[in-house]
Design a protein around this ligand. Structure first.
Ligand SMILES: [Zn+2]
Length: 1011
């Protein structure tokens, strides 16, 4: 037979596009339209409904950037349409290629009840089925004219990303506002032909099934009268029934479709818009659940649920009803879909505490699965946190975005730094926006790498990024693929149902140990430095606030600010969302984040101050007491206590031969040359030089930085090809503070001021850097070439540290050319190491070179300070920034941990007459306390969380500074764990910890000991 395949395929495309799809709405009449443009920010629904609108016509421009317009559409269903299905087709001027990135609307009835959302691929509202004719129609649309930021030519700088710079030019043209007859049979024919046409294209050309479908499609097209599609659609469908009824092969891949809408909590829109995006999507999904009995929808991010509850009670009522029916499913068990590289230990834990608690409190539902489809890589500390939160499964598809290496598994066990293993699934469909296209379903089946031992995968199905969710078309296509020859099978299921099946069928999954590094978006560790600094400062302040408020509550009966801390934590957790903390949002988001962090800092400072005054006594008399918030003794003051600090020697500053200065405190001898570079850091006890011979540390290096795509997200490896060393100094002089040197430099349009200081008694060179940054598309690094040979280096992550190689033997290591640290990076030769600690930078790189002269190895450690991408925020990082780093020669991992806390926690002094004893003491520095707080349940129990921080075994004694009634190990949500209770005697609790083991203890106080 002749091969006429392409002829049939081209015919199918043209007839569908030009004749069959237009016949879905064969008759229509225009609606009358009026509009009221809200003058500023969004108004309450009642105000929008009550406003007096002005007439507007289809074809008119509307919608200033970030504006809100309330449309009122009215009309009467023609009497001639009696008995038919009628819809309003409301096209606000949508570009169908941009669901989630355009104008959007939420349709209301006049009484304020929401009907459903409108977006580019969901522009209809059902009026009646069947109608009687003569019905009056009156609908209201709260329309948001969100401008397009990510356009057809993506990544061009735009001023549209902030209301303050976006202007007032209308963004959209009102396209269609009609009442229309909906022909269900034609619509079903479209679905039949789409599913078969898309399946056909995926089948091998020599497969009989492909030809069976081709011939059936041809027969169906023959049956369509192109002048009477509506009258002949049923006959065409009959000719497809046979091929649609053929069942799937027994070995077919099995897809669990989960209805979903990925909604970025802020990104190319501000937080306030997400509140409305969530309401629109949730309204659409409750409407879809009503009409599609097999459909299931899952929504993550407790914060988004909380927004619906707070701002859209009428939508919340529908959502809670669907949750009770088990079909609108909370998933993920986190406050937001956060970044997981940068959040500190406690913050990462609290994402789960607040997320899971919300779903437990509202619905009694506990999530076992973690849902992070779009997060930019996964820190090796995360598995233990997932387990400690009481969860056991993880889903993400993001690692499929890696540009260099292909991850070898889709279903596997992910092993974290402490040995915790989490059953993990990467949907092989490689998207969180599956739309049930044949190409996606076939890709999932082909791509799935665990064939032969597993058969199930998950497909998050629905429009996302900016929301939208699943459409009736996706549900219709899924129904046809439920059991269809040549296709993977598709069944609607909850994430938990999928994971239970996947785990049951996979007896011995492969294991991946260590971080899940995303080989893309590496610049998210640096972009928007002020947002990152706000996060780090907030995390440190929350530690201080909980510690001192708990201590003051127990010691002085000071009221514990439960609700305030709860609220602040949720604010900080929201800003760890995977486009806020990573710095990939529009200017509006980051400008607002900076203000929010400032308010958080003010509030927490006040809490800390009040608690410390309550402890020190309000008299204002006495010597300054140092309140030590760190987990280790500081200047002679016990961790968690307050006392007068011990005095410790002095630092001398001498002129250096050849220019510059020499700082010496008896522990370190530091030479700063005439260029302000550190040419020697000599560890006097070890008799060892830290800086590589002939090189200089504290070297600022400037690179051009214009990635091929995703400006705020990406730094491409070629940035290293060009570098300018900033060695010219404007001034190098002894600093005002004792033991310090001041350095000033200018470059480009920017200026740097540094203070290098060697505190008495400290084995640490402090480097405070202030940059007034006015560069474009540049990357600023602070380099430390060290005379250390190390195959690997350690970077702090949650509840421990992770190792990465310093070599680039394979493509996997070469791809990690920019990586994440928390407070420290550490590298060592046996017996002697160096740490670089920081107060707010996350990105860094480590490279090594073997020197020609002495064959020694130089390992260069560089902190990433600033970038200047122009998309999506054209002014990213412009202005003044302050960073604090410290070089710690001779450092063990334990020293790195300790000094990391020191640079992040300010020394706070309060005048007081009596020392404050710590609430909790641990007698081994390897056991690091990350939180001391009162239990969230208001019982007054003290909760203390700690972990083994050196990567070894620890035996220690925890001593409570109050009479103990009982000690219970708990999960992160402070719920008791099964097992024997902890022994305690005289307030002392013996501890034994595995490497990096995380433990939460609830300490019940003796009733008679309460103040
Ligand atoms: Zn996202």
């Amino acid at each position: 037979m002749h091969d006429d395949r392409t002829l049939v395929e081209a015919r199918l495309k043209r007839v569908l596009d030009e004749r069959i799809r237009p016949a879905v709405h064969p008759e229509s009449v225009p609606l009358d339209v009026a509009v009221w443009h809200a003058p500023g920010e969004p108004v309450p629904v009642a105000d929008g409904l009550a406003a007096t609108p002005e007439p507007i016509a289809v074809g008119d421009r509307w919608g200033a950037p970030w504006g809100t317009s309330w449309f009122t559409v009215t009309g009467v269903v023609p009497a001639a349409w009696a008995g038919r299905t009628v819809e309003a087709v409301l096209d606000l001027g949508f570009d169908k290629n941009m669901p989630g990135f355009q104008c959007e609307g939420l349709v209301y009835r006049s009484d304020g009840t929401p009907v459903k959302g409108l977006n580019p691929l969901n522009d209809w509202v059902r009026v009646g089925s069947p109608v009687e004719g003569g019905e009056e129609v009156r609908l209201h649309i709260e329309a948001a004219s969100n401008p397009v930021i990510l356009d057809y030519h993506p990544f061009l700088p735009t001023k549209l990303g902030d209301k303050e710079t976006a202007g007032t030019e209308p963004q959209y043209t009102l396209a269609r506002m009609d009442l229309a007859v909906f022909d269900e049979t034609v619509w079903q024919l479209v679905m039949d032909l789409e599913v078969l046409g898309e399946l056909m294209a995926e089948l091998p050309v020599d497969a009989a099934r492909r030809w069976e479908i081709t011939r059936a499609v041809e027969r169906a097209l023959d049956a369509v009268d192109l002048q009477d599609v509506n009258g002949t659609a049923a006959a065409a469908r009959e000719r497809l029934a046979g091929v649609l009824a053929a069942p799937a092969a027994p070995s077919a891949h099995r897809i669990s479709a989960v209805g979903h809408a990925h909604i970025d909590s802020a990104w190319l829109w501000p937080l306030r818009e997400t509140v409305r995006k969530v309401a629109r999507t949730a309204s659409n999904m409750t409407a879809l659940l009503d009409s599609e009995p097999a459909f299931v929808f899952a929504m993550s991010q407790a914060q988004q649920w909380a927004w619906i509850k707070e701002h859209r009670p009428e939508v919340w009522a529908k959502v809670t009803k669907a949750v009770a029916a088990g079909r609108f499913v909370p998933t993920g068990g986190m406050w937001v879909e956060s970044d997981t590289n940068m959040p500190g230990s406690e913050a990462m834990a609290r994402q789960f505490v607040h997320g899971k608690r919300f779903f437990l409190d509202e619905f009694g539902i506990e999530n076992d699965e973690v849902w992070l489809p779009d997060t930019f890589g996964f820190a090796a500390g995360l598995p233990q946190i997932i387990r400690a939160a009481g969860s056991k499964w993880l889903l993400t598809q993001k690692i499929s975005w890696s540009r260099t290496n292909t991850f070898p598994h889709h279903t596997f066990l992910w092993e974290g730094i402490d040995g915790t293993r989490i059953f993990t699934h990467f949907p092989p469909v490689d998207t969180y926006n599956c739309s049930m296209k044949g190409s996606e379903i076939a890709h999932a089946a082909r791509n799935f790498r665990d064939k032969g031992v597993a058969r199930h995968s998950l497909a998050p199905t629905g429009w996302g990024d900016g929301g939208g969710g699943t459409t009736r078309e996706m549900v219709a296509k899924a129904a046809r693929m439920r059991d269809l020859e040549g296709s993977a099978t598709v069944t609607w299921e909850t994430p938990a149902e999928f994971f239970a099946k996947a785990e049951a069928e996979h007896a011995a999954p492969a294991v991946w140990a260590g971080e899940l590094y995303l080989e893309l978006h590496r610049a998210t560790l640096t972009s928007q430095a002020r947002t990152k600094q706000g996060n780090r400062r907030s995390e440190s302040l929350l530690r201080e606030a909980e510690l001192w408020c708990a201590t003051a509550a127990v010691r002085a009966g000071h009221p514990y600010p439960y609700e305030q801390l709860d609220r602040i934590w949720k604010t900080v957790l929201l800003h760890q969302f995977h486009d806020i903390l990573p710095g990939s949002s529009i200017a509006w988001v980051h400008r607002e984040a900076e203000r929010t962090y400032a308010a958080v800092a003010e509030e927490l400072d006040a809490l800390v101050g009040a608690a410390q005054r309550a402890l020190a006594g309000d008299s204002g008399r006495g010597a300054p007491l140092l309140f030590n918030s760190a987990p280790h003794t500081r200047d002679g003051v016990a961790a968690g206590g307050a006392a007068a600090p011990a005095t410790t020697g002095e630092t001398t500053v001498l002129p250096r031969e050849g220019g510059g200065h020499i700082l010496d405190n008896g522990l370190l001898r530091v030479e700063v040359d005439g260029r302000g570079l550190v040419v020697s850091v000599y560890d006097q006890a070890a008799g060892r030089e830290a800086v590589a011979p002939g090189q200089a540390a504290n070297l600022l290096q400037l690179h051009p930085d214009f990635p091929n795509m995703w400006d705020a997200w990406d730094v491409d490896e070629f940035y290293r090809n060009t570098v300018t060393d900033l060695v010219e100094a404007d001034e190098v002089a002894a600093g005002d503070a004792p033991g310090s040197v001041r350095v000033t430099r200018s470059f480009g349009r920017s200026r740097v001021r540094q203070l290098l200081s060697l505190a008495p008694g400290a084995k640490r060179l402090d480097i405070d850097t202030e940059v007034d940054w006015h560069e474009t598309e540049k990357f600023l690094k602070l380099a430390f070439p060290l005379d250390v040979r190390a195959d690997r280096y350690a970077s702090e992550t949650q509840y421990g540290h992770t190792y990465r190689p310093t070599h680039t033997n394979t493509s996997w290591e070469a791809a990690k050319f920019e990586a994440c640290n928390h407070r420290f990076v550490h590298l060592e030769e046996p017996g002697w190491g160096v740490a670089l600690v920081n107060d707010s930078t996350y990105g860094h790189d480590v490279t090594r070179a073997v020197r020609a002269g002495d064959s020694g190895t130089t390992t260069t450690l560089r902190a990433s300070l600033l970038r200047a991408p122009r998309f999506p925020d054209p002014e990213t990082d412009q202005g003044v920034h302050r960073f604090r780093h410290a070089l710690v020669p001779g450092a063990t991992i334990g020293d790195a941990v300790r000094e990391g806390y020191v640079v992040n926690l300010p020394a706070r002094y309060v005048a007081g007459e009596a020392e404050v004893a710590p609430l909790v003491t641990v007698d081994d520095d390897a056991v690091v306390v990350t939180a001391v707080k009162l239990a969230d349940d208001g019982s007054g129990d003290v909760v203390v969380r700690f972990h083994e921080a050196h990567g070894g075994r620890a035996r220690a004694t925890l001593t409570a500074g109050f009479p103990l009634a009982a000690v219970t190990a708990t999960d992160l949500l402070e719920r008791p764990l099964a097992g024997t209770p902890y022994e305690h005697e005289g307030g002392a609790v013996p501890l034994s910890l595995r490497p990096f083991e995380l433990v939460t203890l609830r300490l019940r106080r003796s009733p008679d000991a309460r103040p």
